[in-house]
Design a protein. Sequence first.
Length: 367
Amino acid sequence: MKKRNVRNVFVSAIAAALLLTGCGGGGDTKTASGPVQGVPERFAKGEEVKIKVIRKIGGDDHTAQFLAGAKAEGEALGFKVDVFTANGDTAKFHDAINQGLQQDYDGFIISHGDDAATVEDVKKLVDKGKSVVTFDSNPDLAQVEGVTLTSQDDEALATQALDQLVKDHNGEANIVYLWVDGFPPMVRRNKVYQETLKANPGIKEVERFGVAAADTSMQTQNAVAAMLNKHPKGEIDAIFATWDAFAIGAARAIKEAGRDEIKIYGIDVSNADLQEIQGEGSPWKYTAAVDPKLIGEVNMRLLAKKLADEETPATYDLEASLISQEQLQASKNPVNMVNLAEIIDGWGKSDAFEEDWMKKLKDHYKK
């Protein structure tokens, strides 16, 4: 596999985020002449299929890769794909859904719609004949007929990171919990966290805080820096960060304060995260994750199956992996999201919901 410099990949991801954030972002659909043989009737004549991907949170590399994965998979199938992220602005998020309702989109992927209003919005989409897949959203969406709710396996993500923390500290540690309430994946991760504390009384929570915003990493960095001033060396052993934006900010604060005795156990991964974890003296030791690009791809495949009137599940969880700093630093080449699969078995690969007719569409629309 072709290697690329981590920094170059990170810059590319940021550029992609700037292009995708807060705008339609739809590119020209690839076209090919003539009908397509051996595919569902919906797609056989090559008529335009329009998809809108709407994500509530944003401003992070994970969002950029999720949107890029969904967009690339959709365009490979011949769809026109527009993307939008509200950067955590609830009003903009719901406005985007309601605007989409009035437009001629055939299907929607809704990401991080955590509130009851999202359920009502999605019901309106379904009532108007739109196909919908949701990711990391209100669990009640799984009860809406015809809708699929996808998630990372949040219980597994939290379990993998926390089990490693407990193991590394022999069940005795003072920890800081970086977490924000109100998001379904955070609720699921918190449940595992509470169970871990109950099962391991030697793990003591010193402080907890967190905010979801366009500048989460910076706010976290400032908050952790202030916290470190209150707790001298020896009072904190580790940080459990339930989101990579938290871990990035915490890692910067720890390094600036020279508090290398504090280790970070995180969730999620991106190019920026990999660059941080591989950095000399980085306190970020482990992160549990699902490839965000793959999440976007699988969500798009599910939506394509719905458009083809094929059976789809009400819920689907994507399998998690644990990534260690030791594994990354042992690599002879810088590790990024492109070559991470050479380090983590099975990373970024899944044939979930990939039908033979999808392969035919991809061949048909291939440039």
